[in-house]
Design a binder for this molecule. Sequence first.
Ligand code: SAM
Length: 238
Amino acid sequence: MTSTEHPSLTAQTTHPVGGDSTPGPWPDVSAKHRPGHDRMDKTDWDNRHADDDRRWAGEPCPFVVSEVATLPKGRALDLACGQGRHAVWLAERGWDVTAVDFSTVGLEKARSLAASRGATCVWVAADLLRYQPERDAYGLVMLTYLHVPVPERRAILNMAAQATAPGGTFLLIGHDRSNLEHGYGGPHNPAVLYTGPEIVADLPDLVVERAERVERPVQTPEGTRVAFDVVVRATRPI
Ligand SMILES: C[S@@+](CC[C@H](N)C(=O)[O-])C[C@H]1O[C@@H](n2cnc3c(N)ncnc32)[C@H](O)[C@@H]1O
């Protein structure tokens, strides 16, 4: 993959880039974002997933692990599931998981991961801008490291909020905007980054329980670095 093929990602590393033993989903990047190239489409993501054979792909984000630990198990919807690390982790813990992504290459890897671990999920190939999940249906709706331009983000968050069951949990984890200047890895395109308050403003129908910037240690060949993430957890009123 080259910077020409993926304008918002400019250099690829094969090294793990996550916290503790859990890497993040984006490579470290060294060059700057090129204005006008805000969006990665299905082909971009198919190429990215095809190139990406990082061994950490099966490990969940530590914030997913801690936020989901105490939730009652039920139906879960993993939006932009990528290579399925969270969907499979949830299924292994007794959740009834539907996982959605528009990258068929990512979904193939997700299916392989599930098969290798004996986990069962429903995999859906769909663009989240058109996907219409069952409303009021999921005890957990989750988005991790989905970074799209603001109008798309708002539409997707609205869809996700509507899919959350009354009393259910909405969970978003992503790269905080401050990561661009001060943190490790992540997109170098400010147009697709956000902060906790921006996400909260996009969720008028939910009750926000947590919205904050958190630090995620990242093991790199040069030593431990820090990435700045956003964690937003909210519930749908009954
Ligand atoms: C950085 S990856 C994160 C994957 C996964 N959530 C994780 O944490 O490992 C972002 C994912 O979003 C997906 N994606 C981006 N825009 C999308 C859209 N409009 N519809 C469906 N999937 C999308 C990409 O295909 C990619 O798999």
